[in-house]
Structures are given as structure tokens and as C-alpha cells.
Design a protein around this ligand. Structure first.
Ligand code: SAM
Length: 261
């Protein structure tokens, strides 16, 4: 393992399957050393029962994976060597989803992270019934980190603080999202089929709006379409808001992977 030249893809796959993955923030790394947080130390040593000298995979900023080894009374880890990995989608996918009631968004965060979403923007619409506090955002970011580690993602999706529908329409016009084709999921099944629409979309990434349990108001739907969003249908069945979010990301991610050589 010390010599990258004899580090075959087969061995890499074995290591990836067997070793724990842990997301490391940029400020935790200096030179080749990682300062572990007390939460990470607890998890690696008490929950996973790793000992000094044991190894894990450090997921560093910008999606780089490194083999790392515990040292210094388990407070630090040494970066040993990079691991080649490519698990991210070829283009970005942004999900702009109305917040469902209760804990429903936890499931959305977990599942769309597993599926490969790049950015998640929770929104409050005219028919949204909740207004979550700061603690919820921290919880969603923790869930996304765990799901990304579990799914061998190279990056943890970014989750924005909740904003209003109107703010979201402004935000998605910014340079950051300019190249992503904008779609809005609607239950009107005369809208274009989502998969057909994706097949005709240039390969620059997509951004999709999913409404609340009570649906979009006519004004919201009109505003999105006036801003260039394409209305799309997932079929003749009306899906729960949570199911719709997961379905759009599953369809878009699968289609993107299929287009890769
Ligand atoms: N009665 C509401 C309506 O007809 O709009 C139901 C809303 S549905 C529970 C919540 C959101 O999921 C919708 O606003 C839409 O964005 C999305 N959705 C649900 N089923 C869909 C479908 N078949 N096609 C596209 N989007 C769908």
C-alpha cells in the first residue's frame, strides 16, 4: 500500500469496499496531517473500534480520496497516498424542493445524496406548511455527509438554507446556475415527459423544481415558465412530494450516467 506503482485497481476496489470513509474539512489538514475532531475520534475509536496504525479513507476537499492512518494517541491521522476514484456525475444536478411536513426532508436529503445530487435548495412556497430553524439545516448537512460517505461520493452536496420561492427564482438566474437547464415538475400530464425532455437537453447539467404536498399555485407555475423553466411530467400518477424529489434525481442521474462513454 505504500507504493502507488503497485497499487492496482483491484486492490483499490477492495480497499474502498472495506475501509471506513470519513469527510475531512479543509481546515483540518496541514501538510500530510489531519487533526480529527472529537466527534470523529469518538466515531473511529469507540464506534468502529479502530486502533493506532489502523487505516481509513479521508474524503478531502474538492473530492480527493486519500488513504489515512491513525496516529498520535488517535487524535490525528497521517495522509499516506491518494486513491483514484470517479463516482461523481458528469454534470451538476440541482434540486430545488418545497419543504414537506415533519421529518420528510431528512429522507429527501439522504436519498438524493446517495443518487448523486450536487446542490439542494429547500424552498418555502405559498402552500408550504413548515418553517424550519437553523438546527434543521445542521441536521440535513450531517445526513448528507453520512450519506455521501456511505455511497462513495467524492463530494458532499451543498445544502442551502431555506429560501422563498421568489428568492429561489432569483438565485437560479445567477452565474453559478446559468448553464443548468431549468425544469419544473408539474402534475399536469400533458407536460413533456421528463426523460424525453432530458434526452433533448444539452449536456450542461440540470436544475429541477419540485412542489409541496398542496402543489404549486398557478402564479408560481406561471412565474417559473416565464423565467424559462420547462414543465415536465413524471407520468400519469400523482407522486407525494418526497417521492417526486427522489424520482427526478434518480431519473436524471441514471440518464447522465448512461450518456457517459
Ligand atoms: N395536488 C397537487 C398537484 O396536483 O399539484 C399534488 C402535488 S404533489 C404531491 C407535489 C409535487 O410533486 C408537485 O408540485 C410536483 O412538483 C411533483 N410531482 C408529483 N407528481 C408528479 C408527476 N407525476 N410529474 C411531475 N411532478 C410531479
Amino acid at each position: 500500500l505504500q507504493n502507488p506503482s503497485v497499487f492496482s485497481r483491484f486492490h483499490e476496489a477492495l480497499i474502498v469496499a472495506q475501509l471506513q470513509r470519513l469527510t475531512i474539512a479543509a481546515h483540518q489538514c496541514s501538510a500530510q496531517t489531519i487533526q480529527l475532531t472529537s466527534e470523529q475520534q469518538h466515531y473511529l475509536t469507540r464506534v468502529l473500534r479502530l486502533r493506532e496504525g489502523d487505516r481509513f479513507i479521508a474524503i478531502l476537499d474538492q473530492g480527493k480520496w486519500w488513504l489515512a492512518q491513525l496516529q498520535n494517541a488517535l487524535t490525528e491521522a497521517q495522509l499516506i497516498e491518494p486513491i483514484a476514484i470517479e463516482t461523481e456525475l458528469a454534470q451538476p444536478i440541482t434540486l430545488v424542493a418545497a419543504l414537506p411536513k415533519g421529518q420528510g426532508f431528512d429522507d429527501v436529503v439522504r436519498m438524493v445524496t446517495e443518487l448523486g445530487v450536487t446542490t439542494l435548495i429547500p424552498i418555502l412556497t405559498a402552500r408550504t406548511l413548515v418553517n424550519p430553524g437553523e438546527q434543521k439545516l445542521e441536521r440535513w448537512r450531517r445526513i448528507a455527509t453520512e450519506a455521501a460517505e456511505q455511497s462513495c461520493r467524492q463530494v458532499v452536496p451543498e445544502i442551502f438554507a431555506p429560501i422563498s420561492f421568489v428568492q429561489a427564482l432569483d438565485l437560479v438566474q445567477s452565474d453559478r446556475f446559468a448553464l443548468q437547464h431549468p425544469f419544473i415538475g408539474v402534475t399536469d400530464n400533458t407536460a413533456t415527459n421528463f426523460l424525453d425532455a432530458l434526452r433533448k437537453t444539452p449536456k450542461q447539467g440540470i436544475l429541477i423544481l419540485v412542489g409541496p404536498e398542496g402543489g404549486w399555485t398557478p402564479e408560481e407555475q406561471t412565474a417559473a415558465i416565464a423565467q424559462g423553466f420547462t414543465s415536465v411530467s413524471l407520468g400519469h400518477r400523482v407522486l407525494r412530494a418526497i417521492t417526486a424529489s427522489i424520482a427526478v434525481i434518480a431519473i436524471a442521474a441514471t440518464q447522465m450516467d448512461a450518456q457517459q462513454p
